[in-house]
Write a protein that binds this ligand. Structure first.
Ligand code: DNO
Length: 356
């Protein structure tokens, strides 16, 4: 496995590449050209600008998280073909720059969501949390305002300001889109890009819905073993794979994350892993916890063992961390707790490789 850390370019991160290269075992970053509007082509110049900076710290840029999908593709509008062409153009340029794995999601309208970006935990740290009962009572305005206000002046991935103006209209649009129709739009996209991925030697890794519970009656895409299976069968190429986000899937009490890790890794479909833990507060509510098994509800050793024994050979990153030791930064993406997470992952991986 190759350990990477998520990092945001253009000075929009409290964590520096100098910080990252000093975390033992971290080989590179998972990053995203945040200043290019969704749907536009990622040019060689823009890619190389970020890649050169990353490489100058001895780190690799082999993982992109995310190359976001324009809403017209998700909606299946006639303009989707133009956005798909742009997407393939970006893939070609990324491949020339040595990118091997692209993480993306197909969640309509908005990416991940939490009802509290800084819930205080019993040890005095704070972490992101989700209460479904609270979330369903909120208006879209309240939700977007809380995601902006709680972000400590950082942009949140998936909550780029350019999305805000159209969210209400987009939510309305999806009220008339059946799940079958939405999956047809996904298949149209996959059938167009996966042949390019094969030619370019790039693994595609869809991120699960986060949280897995439905909000605003929007279609859910990847939130269980069955839906992962359906998604991956839309195009059976090994390039059409999964980002196994243990926290997103683990937030669903119905999910057995060890079994999911085992099943899809054995099929050669897990290309990227976001390894983090969650603590359930009820069947629908949770807060993010420290990575350690005993701090949450997931058996992290069993997950790592399942990955190793099923032949996992992709990228892993520690995921959202708590804010500890007084750190402030982009919620979920501070330095200290993710560095502790990285060290824990290194330890688990060393243990399974030597003992199993
Ligand atoms: C949130 C992240 C997501 C993830 C995207 C992948 O912190 O886990 O924004 O990167 O869903 O496309």
């Amino acid at each position: 496995m190759k350990l990477v850390l998520r990092w945001f370019p253009y000075g929009d991160d409290s964590v520096t590449l100098e910080n990252i290269r000093q975390i033992p075992g971290v080989r590179g970053v998972a990053t995203h050209l945040t200043r290019i509007p969704v749907g536009d082509v990622w040019t060689m110049d823009e890619i190389n600008l970020v890649k050169d900076e990353v490489n100058s710290y001895g780190l690799e840029m082999e993982v992109i998280e995310s190359l976001n999908i324009h809403e017209d593709i998700k909606k299946g509008l006639p303009s989707r073909d133009m956005y798909i062409d742009n997407y393939i153009e970006s893939m070609k340029n990324l491949s020339k720059a040595g990118v091997k794995c692209i993480c993306y999601n197909f969640m309509p309208v908005m990416d991940w969501y939490r009802s509290n970006l800084a819930q205080v935990l019993s040890d005095g740290s704070n972490a992101m949390a989700y209460s479904h009962d609270e979330a369903v009572k909120l208006t879209l305005e309240k939700i977007t305002a809380s995601m902006i206000d709680g972000a400590n002046n950082f942009s949140l991935p998936g909550w780029e300001p350019e999305r805000f103006g159209k969210m209400a209209e987009d939510i309305q649009f999806y009220q008339n889109v059946s799940s079958e129709e939405y999956f047809r739009n996904i298949k149209y996209f996959l059938d167009a890009i996966i042949p390019a991925a094969e030619e370019l030697d790039i693994n595609f890794a869809v991120h699960p819905d986060d949280p897995p519970m439905p909000l605003f009656n929007l279609p859910k895409v990847v939130n269980s073993k069955e839906s992962i299976d359906t998604y991956l069968n839309l195009n059976t190429s090994s390039r059409n794979g999964l980002t196994l986000c243990t926290g997103s899937l683990g937030a669903g009490v119905h999910n057995d994350v060890v079994d999911i890790a085992k099943t899809f890794t054995a099929k050669g479909k897990v290309h990227f892993v976001h390894l983090r833990n969650v603590k359930h507060e009820s069947d629908t509510d949770f807060h993010e916890s420290a990575h350690l098994s005993s701090c949450g509800d997931l058996d992290m050793l069993a997950i790592v063992k399942a990955l190793y024994e099923s032949g996992f050979d992709g990228y892993i990153r520690p995921d959202h961390g708590r804010m500890i030791w007084g750190e402030t930064g982009r919620p979920g993406y501070g330095l200290y707790d993710r560095a502790l997470g990285a060290t824990y992952i290194n330890g688990l991986w060393e243990a399974v490789t030597k003992l199993c």
